[in-house]
Design a protein around this ligand. Sequence first.
Ligand code: GDP
Ligand code: MG
Length: 570
Amino acid sequence: MTQTTAPAEMLNLLAAVSGLRERVAESTLPLDLPDVAPAQGARTELLRQLDDYVIPRLSSLDAPLLAVVGGSTGAGKSTLVNSLVGRVVSDPGVLRPTTRSPVLVHHPKDERWFTDGRVLPELARVTGEASAAGDSSVRLVASDTLPAGLAILDAPDIDSVVAHNRDLARQLLSAADLWLFVTTAARYADAVPWDLLHQASERGTSVAVILDRVPPEAVEEIRDHLGSMLQEQGLATAPIFTVAESRLDPGGLLPQDQVARLQSWLTALAKDARARAIVVRQTLTGALDSLESRTQLLVRASAAQLGATAALASAADTAYADAVEGVRHGMSDGTLLRGEVLARWQEFVGTGEFFKQVESTVSRVRDRIVALVKGDPPPTEDLGEALQSGVAELIRAEGQGAASATTRSWRTLVGGATLIGAHPDLPRVSADFDAQVGSLVHDWQGDVLALVRTEGRDRRTTARVTAYGVNAVGTMLILVTFSQTAGLTGAEVGIAGGTAILGQKLLEAIFGDQAVRALAVKARQALLERVEQLFFEEQARFTKAVDTVEIRRDQGRRLESAALAVKAAR
Ligand SMILES: Nc1nc2c(ncn2[C@@H]2O[C@H](COP(=O)(O)OP(=O)(O)O)[C@@H](O)[C@H]2O)c(=O)[nH]1
Ligand SMILES: [Mg+2]
């Protein structure tokens, strides 16, 4: 912003700042990250200063200069304001807290600037006597003893014992064109005021310091010391006004000569449009300058929030990918061919002798199957059931394992415990998961039978498949699918391998060896695809929980580009 800013440019700047205000307002920091509290505080402060100062000031550069009187408890702020106005407009008092609702004194002609919600839109307006004021309101007092063009606001104590008053004091100070910082001989080195003065310095806010209640003999010494402290804080240009400790008049006001210098400085400021514009522009420029780094802080906080949601999502990704891998591995490491399956298989082929003489056995088994197909119960039924319940068991265990693993790592991740608290069924698989696994395996059996039928399309093969029965051949294929381990050959072939080799020989007799290998690959692929789909749906429960964390993915980028737009419009 330059001295010669044309109204059109000012409107551009106002639009850009309003845009930034919207981006800040819509931004969220929902996860309880370690440093979220300061970021939330910074967000609120930024939003407030845009609403309370930057936007109203850009909208009406010629509005009266607002001087906010701030300082520690009992520094004499209210007494000073009363003395400047020439009558008691704000309650002074020994009892704390006194100035509960802030009092804004303005010239009667300037009333319109303060009655609407232009500045401090969050605060209600009250007029009349002090008692009428509520907690979040500002009391307006018109007084023609103040020059037009200048309004004075008596703020609550910056170190008030009441938290609401402290916050309100800070809010009011950030709405000021000019801080009138009141401190005393006894208190001027306190930490709290210097914290705020430091902030004023960083933001380029116009500041004047009133050193109140100074013993007359110590005026020079203390003023020098205070002056050097201000210089250290980068506030060398802040004028210092001293008010000697004096007896108050019967009306509770300071002797006129003690406030005369401050009063004439303020009057000169009010009457000289250029001098006033300099003060206003200094504060406004400082506030605009501060927007970028304050927005950056929010951008970083947004990135941290999104990083945390990404970590939650990726914990689920990992757990469910591991589970699919677990099924893949469990299918091919021979586990499924032990126990029940093995027992059923041996029952089916009749005797353990087969493992010794595989070749000669093939024809015997074939005869046996063919014989059985012609009799009643399908011979492979029990074996098929054992195979199916084995694979179902494997899928269920991996599914539950993934839900447990995800919840376990969520408990160690920021925001995870809250999400589990809000979705207490996450640690367990879906209610109908068992049933879904059941139908998955059933459907897969359908896939396998379809494979057998498709593969056996030529006449000779069809005849052979029919001889054994499609179901029996399908069961053999399932058996072989679960046994094709890499590297299980020759002497290393254990019981599991041996079990399968017999099945494989049978299938090779029907389809040829090339085809059997391809069929097993297809059957395994079909199962894994179904498992992936089911686990994806299971994982979606976690994904949906992460999605309830309300933060836009592009929040950081939106904030950043809004801040850039402000920079470009200046
Ligand atoms: N004697 C004397 N009392 C003062 C002076 N300034 C303030 N006081 C008293 O100190 C107390 C606190 O002053 P007040 O204006 O309420 O301080 P605030 O908390 O900063 O608003 C009140 O009782 C005032 O009457 C002063 O210069 N001389
Ligand atoms: Mg007060």
